[in-house]
Design a protein around this ligand. Structure first.
Ligand code: TYD
Ligand code: MG
Length: 531
């Protein structure tokens, strides 16, 4: 067993110290030192790595030189294709499906639905592959209760019944036999260890949902290889991963896991980092895809997913308004695809459902007769979203007027109000201004500027903006309307939803057969044509 010791690393400058300091002696940052365990390398390995390259005059042929650099042409292609998770919204955010052997971090506020999403995904994947779900925060019974609430068995059975009806019985036979064949091909390669025979062994805490769910009438249709492990000890989890060797494993959550060799409490930066890197090594060695859940935390004592972002391949955030039913899955880092992709789900009584046409959701219950409402087309990654903006301006009763935003950047509203006052002549300095994007979406991009300006101006003049018009454009400080990215994509989405006109920057004027394009170069021109 290699020796291990603790050291303290500054997460700002990377300085390493043998003891804890409140202030980093290297960079002067306060409270930036975190504990890390350093394990001395095994002697054999150290000798191999220390061999100087010049000593290898009689080097073996290129292919068997693991340490030598290779050209791209010499490197073989990535061997495996991606797995589909059963949810197109998730697959798109991952860049086209799950990459085998990758490490995916799913962050989000507690209670937003991370466990629900991953249990549903795990169940879908378990139709074909062995899956391990480490429920470190809940007991097996609690997870089973959730799976019953999600009607995990029944839905599959319903699907099977529907297919059977459609194909008059021929399809169902194939469907029934398919998962079994897949399972026998990829059955868990559990190694028989002596510890597994003991009743207290970690293996005994595993429960296959498959065996427990045999009480539903159609349970013959339900054959998921979904194994639950209610365990917080990291070493037990690693042992189980190595013995079961699932295709995909879910760690729910990383803050609940505990590495006994570290003195710090579960959830601390040191614990979270050590647990993640240990899991990563096991996963990469066995080609297991890991989904790691990390709660976003407000307190400094519990490490949030931010401290893990550099370690993992993909970082997804699951967000949404707790009081609204839809949830957004966003990718902020992806080694295997584009970032800023968006997946939209809706939390229903029976779990998360995919929202295939999110624009309809964000358009809300449109009230076309309310002054101060404008429609924009925002883009999230490659996904255009038509969103309704509402503005309200009213005389202030404060010394300085109030400005408030929901889903729009506060500073951009201030800038747009200043432009309206100075360049268009709308006197807003004695008025409160409130602007909100419908559906709880956060529209961070400047393409929303023109919509905000028109909505505020319409509320000021008490006018109704033509409900069949969308507004796309950035507003400059001089009152000019500036070009935005992905214009064609935005126009297509607006046309698809039945809009008739689009007010866009004149420098981007395109011809469209589906929409009447109104090019404008200044905000004042846009106000004139929009209402
Ligand atoms: P959960 O997945 O436990 O959140 P997280 O793992 O991110 O902490 O989701 C919890 C919330 O989801 C809870 O407030 C109840 C709600 N919920 C539903 O509305 N419908 C459902 O079918 C389920 C399972 C949960
Ligand atoms: Mg949870």
């Amino acid at each position: 067993m290699p020796k291990s010791r603790s050291q303290y690393v500054c997460h700002q400058c990377g300085g390493e110290f043998p003891q804890y300091f409140g202030k980093c002696p290297a960079c002067g940052e306060w409270n930036s030192l975190v504990e890390q365990v350093v394990t001395a390398p095994a002697p054999g390995r150290a000798t191999t790595l220390a061999t100087p390259r010049s000593a290898s005059k009689s080097r073996p042929p290129q292919s068997s030189r693991p340490l030598a650099a290779l050209t791209l042409a010499e490197i073989s292609d990535y061997p495996q294709s991606r797995l589909t998770s059963g949810y197109t919204e998730l697959d798109r955010v991952l860049g086209g499906g799950i990459v085998p052997g990758s490490l995916v971090l799913i962050g989000g506020d507690p209670g937003i639905g991370k466990s629900t999403l991953l249990l549903q995904v795990a169940n879908q994947l378990a139709q074909q592959y062995p899956i391990l779900y480490v429920c470190a925060e809940e007991s097996g019974q609690q997870v089973k209760l959730r799976s019953q609430r999600l009607r995990i068995g029944e839905r599959k059975a319903e699907e099977g019944r529907r297919k059977a009806e459609e194909n008059e019985g021929t399809e169902v036979e194939r469907w029934e036999s398919e998962p079994t064949a897949a399972n026998s091909k990829r059955s868990p390669k559990r190694k028989s260890t002596s510890s597994e025979t003991s009743p207290d062994s970690p293996g005994s805490s595993l429960q296959g949902l498959r065996s427990r769910s045999a009480n539903t009438p159609d349970s013959s249709l339900l054959t998921p290889d979904l194994y639950l492990l209610p365990e917080t000890d990291l070493e037990t989890v690693i042992r189980e991963l190595e013995s079961l060797r699932p295709q995909v494993a879910v760690i729910d959550s990383i803050q609940a896991l505990y590495f006994a060799s570290l003195n710090s409490a579960p959830g601390s930066v040191a614990q979270v980092r050590e647990c993640t890197s240990a899991l990563m090594q096991v996963a990469k060695r066995n080609n297991i895809t890991l989904f790691i859940v990390g709660h976003v935390t407000k307190e400094g004592a519990i490490a949030g997913p931010k401290v893990l972002e550099h370690l993992v391949d993909t970082v997804l955030y699951f967000e949404g308004d707790r009081f609204a039913s839809h949830r957004l899955l966003r990718s902020v880092k992806n080694r295997f695809g584009a970032t800023h992709e968006l997946g939209v789900f809706e939390m229903a009584d029976v779990g998360l459902e995919e929202v295939k046409n999110p624009s309809e959701l964000f358009l809300g219950n449109r009230d076309e007769q309310t002054p101060g409402t404008a429609t924009i087309v925002a883009c999230e990654g490659t996904r255009p979203l038509v969103v309704e903006l509402q503005a309200l301006v009213s005389p202030t009763s404060y010394a300085s007027p109030r400005r408030s935003t929901t889903g729009i950047e506060y500073n951009r509203l201030l800038q747009i109000l200043a432009v309206l006052e100075k360049r268009v002549g709308v006197p807003l300095s004695k008025l409160d201004a409130y602007v909100a994007a419908s559906g709880g979406l956060n529209v961070g991009e400047p393409a929303a500027d023109l919509g905000v300006a028109i909505a505020v101006a319409a509320s000021f003049r008490d006018r109704i903006v033509d409900p069949t018009t969308v507004l796309i454009g950035e507003v400059g400080l001089g009152g000019q309307v500036r070009p935005v990215s992905q214009m064609e994509l935005r126009l297509k989405e607006a046309a698809k939803l039945g809009f008739k006109r689009a007010i866009i920057p004149s420098s981007q004027a395109v011809s469209s057969s589906e929409l009447e394009i109104i090019p404008v170069s200044r905000v004042v021109d846009a106000i004139a044509v929009a209402m």
